[in-house]
Design a protein around this ligand. Structure first.
Ligand SMILES: NC(=O)c1ccc[n+]([C@@H]2O[C@H](COP(=O)([O-])OP(=O)(O)OC[C@H]3O[C@@H](n4cnc5c(N)ncnc54)[C@H](OP(=O)(O)O)[C@@H]3O)[C@@H](O)[C@H]2O)c1
Length: 251
């Protein structure tokens, strides 16, 4: 059950985040849709409202603590304090390359837009959750962080592995305050962007490498997030859930 809960999904102007925002709103959550692109965030908000849900749109670069503070203030004014935080925004800016050929700038940018941005996002919302003694946090890693793989860009994989540990640390520190923190690690998910970027024949080859022989959908991730966010997952914290069609099987 997440009905009536206030939920922020960072990076929900498109892709996986938009899918999470739509599903959460369909289940009765009051959702803050977020991105840097005001038009795209407003479109997702309008779709949610047209479908009978409740949503607002907020914009800001989450590598900036000041922008996050402004967003939090706007959400609290318009919807109330955030009960469910999905720290989804991030991405991989470069193709895989050998470590010795990677520039310092690529490394720093990748870590900044994934690990540092997630740290800043959690730091912005945790004090309020702590004071209210409740909250559910979901962060987004990647299958890239779950095992070495020739197709995984290493800076991105390292940043996402850091997000997993950060999430588990928050789970350990803040369980006593009624706060749960879990992480989802998706394998390749077909979004508007990835469907465009990955050629069809490569999609087919990649799909065949999964025990469940297809690539993931936005809904696969959204339903996992819905469960982790819900009261039904009340005794689950500190996990990394592989939404990966069986491509990742940690023991
Ligand atoms: N798709 C996959 O195969 C896959 C697999 C594993 C993990 N993931 C992870 O899942 C998450 C979502 O991925 P996606 O494929 O849905 O990406 P996407 O389609 O590129 O969307 C990324 C979203 O994040 C927002 N964003 C990125 N950097 C931001 C920043 N600095 N400040 C504010 N907003 C920012 C974008 O906002 P604007 O566009 O409005 O600027 C957009 O809403 C990412 O963390 C990604 O690493 C994706």
């Amino acid at each position: 059950m997440i009905a009536g809960r206030v939920c922020l999904v960072t990076g929900s102007s498109r892709g996986i985040g938009a899918g999470i925002a739509r599903l959460f709103a369909a289940r009765g959550a009051r959702v803050a849709v977020h991105g840097r692109d005001t038009d795209a965030a407003s479109r997702v908000r309008d779709e949610i409202i047209a479908a009978g849900g409740q949503a607002i749109a907020v914009t800001g670069d989450i590598t900036s603590a000041a922008a996050l503070d402004e967003m939090r203030a706007q959400i609290e004014r318009e919807l109330g304090p955030v009960d469910i935080l999905v720290a989804n925004a991030g991405g991989n800016p470069v193709p895989p390359m050998p470590v010795d050929e990677m520039s310092e700038e690529v490394w720093r940018t990748t870590v900044d837009m994934n690990l540092t941005a997630t740290f800043l996002t959690l730091r912005c919302f945790l004090p309020g959750m702590k004071a209210r003694r409740s909250g559910s946090i979901i962060t987004i890693s990647s299958a890239a962080a779950r095992r070495p793989h020739a197709r995984s860009p290493i800076a991105y994989a390292c940043a996402k592995a850091g997000i997993e540990l950060l999430t588990q640390d928050v789970a350990m520190q803040l369980g006593a305050f009624g706060i749960r923190a879990n992480c989802i690690a998706p394998e390749t998910i077909l979004t508007e962007r990835s469907s465009r970027q990955i050629p069809q024949e490569m999609q087919a080859r990649m799909a065949s490498e999964h025990p469940i022989a297809r690539l993931g959908t936005v809904d696969d991730v959204a339903h996992a997030a819905l469960y982790l966010a819900s009261a039904e997952a009340g005794w689950i914290t500190g996990i990394v859930l592989d939404v990966a069609g069986g491509a990742v099987m940690p023991r």
